[in-house]
Design a protein around this ligand. Structure first.
Ligand code: GLN
Length: 360
């Protein structure tokens, strides 16, 4: 689908910013496609190092070898490769949708009264911080924080409302609740149940715990594609507005907060490393999805169900890393950046050299 002119968007300056570096403007879709294809081949090599999630038994049935991407620039043609149209469950990527709706419906103050805005440095299902009496979840993009957000949402919206909103913001009417993944997770979610009861004991959740847990788990069990995530990312990249229709899905303040939290907290205890290596605000899910936002440039959706130790798509992260600088998607784009020098195997050498030069 080709982007239409955005004349109806009050001449927003964001609309006129080139999508990518002049060398790879999206009129040069072919060039960008070649770059992504090369990156996909490199990324596929990572797959054997990862594994599909099995703690939700139904997710264990996914073929780990799949990899797909959809990159949708604000201007120019969408690029779809590999398993971009395969349906998988949104899992933690839905925390972005929950946060958007909570900020819009309940307001910023109410949301951040219940959750913080700091990276946790802990696993996504951690409950350590909840053991301290006056604490609240670190941020809304980990399980405890999202459950607290669900407690706020439950009196305001139904799951059907959330499903409708998700279909609209993802421009994907095909999104449904995956009943088998939902049932599978509900049978094995004792950890989330513990978190929810702890939140109730602290007065952070005042809704019925089981209802809150079901709402949260349903949100995680919505079936999306890499393409639907790219559509969502594109709206975030464009400050909450659909670049085609001009329809606003959230305030620009909400979009800014969500993107910032995606950068600092979207990859759990891998967020800092990912920010350095990739530099694109991203939210992952254990279904293998990655939602990325290259601000004012493009929305990106990735699917790769083999996960790394943090529960992030192992090939998906590599793929984003490979394309981030070349397509000028990195927030801190550096034309001089030399990927080879930044590679892990070289890190030790750099450290040794610095020590030798007494820099450290
Ligand atoms: N539904 C999953 C859970 O709560 C989501 C976790 C994730 O995607 N990291 O455990």
């Amino acid at each position: 689908m080709t982007e239409k002119n955005n004349g109806n968007l009050e001449g927003r300056e964001t609309m006129t910013i080139p999508v990518v570096d002049r060398r790879y403007q999206m009129t040069e879709t072919k060039k960008a496609k070649e770059i992504i294809e090369r990156a996909m081949n490199l990324a596929r090599e990572e797959i054997p190092k990862g594994a599909v999630a099995t703690y939700i038994p139904e997710l264990g049935k996914e073929d780990p070898h799949q990899l797909g991407i959809c990159l949708y620039p604000l201007k120019g043609d969408k690029i779809c490769l590999g398993d971009y149209d395969h349906r998988f469950t949104m899992q933690s990527v839905s925390k972005v949708v929950m946060l958007i709706v909570a900020l819009e419906v309940c307001g910023l103050k109410n949301v951040f009264r219940k959750v913080g805005m700091e990276p946790s440095g802990e696993a996504f299902d951690s409950l350590v911080e909840l053991d301290v009496s006056d604490s609240k979840p670190y941020n809304p993009l980990i399980n405890s924080g999202a459950l607290a957000v669900c407690g706020l949402l439950l009196p305001e919206v139904s799951f059907q409302d959330m499903l409708r909103y998700t279909r609209n913001i993802c421009s994907d009417p095909g999104i449904e609740l995956n009943e088998s993944v939902f049932d599978s997770e509900m049978k094995t979610c004792s950890r989330n149940r513990s978190i929810a009861y702890l939140l109730q004991s602290k007065g952070i959740i005042t809704t019925d715990v089981e209802d809150t847990l079901r709402f949260y788990t349903k949100m995680c069990s919505m079936n999306v594609t890499a393409e639907s995530l790219a559509n969502l990312g594109k709206k975030l990249a464009n400050d909450g507005v659909c670049a085609i229709t001009g329809k606003r899905f959230m305030s620009s303040r909400t979009a800014r907060i969500v993107k910032t939290l995606m950068l600092t907290c979207g990859m759990y205890d891998g967020s800092g490393t990912f920010a350095i290596k990739v530099g694109i605000p991203t939210k992952s899910g254990v279904g293998g999805g990655l939602l990325s936002v290259s601000d004012k440039r493009a929305g990106i959706g990735v699917f790769g169900p083999a996960l790394d130790a943090q529960g992030n798509s192992i090939a998906g992260c590599k793929l984003l890393r490979e394309i981030s600088n070349e397509l000028r998607l990195n927030l801190f784009y550096d034309p001089e950046w030399d990927k080879e020098q930044d590679d892990e195997q070289n890190e030790e050498t750099v450290l040794r050299e610095m020590q030798a030069k007494s820099v450290m």
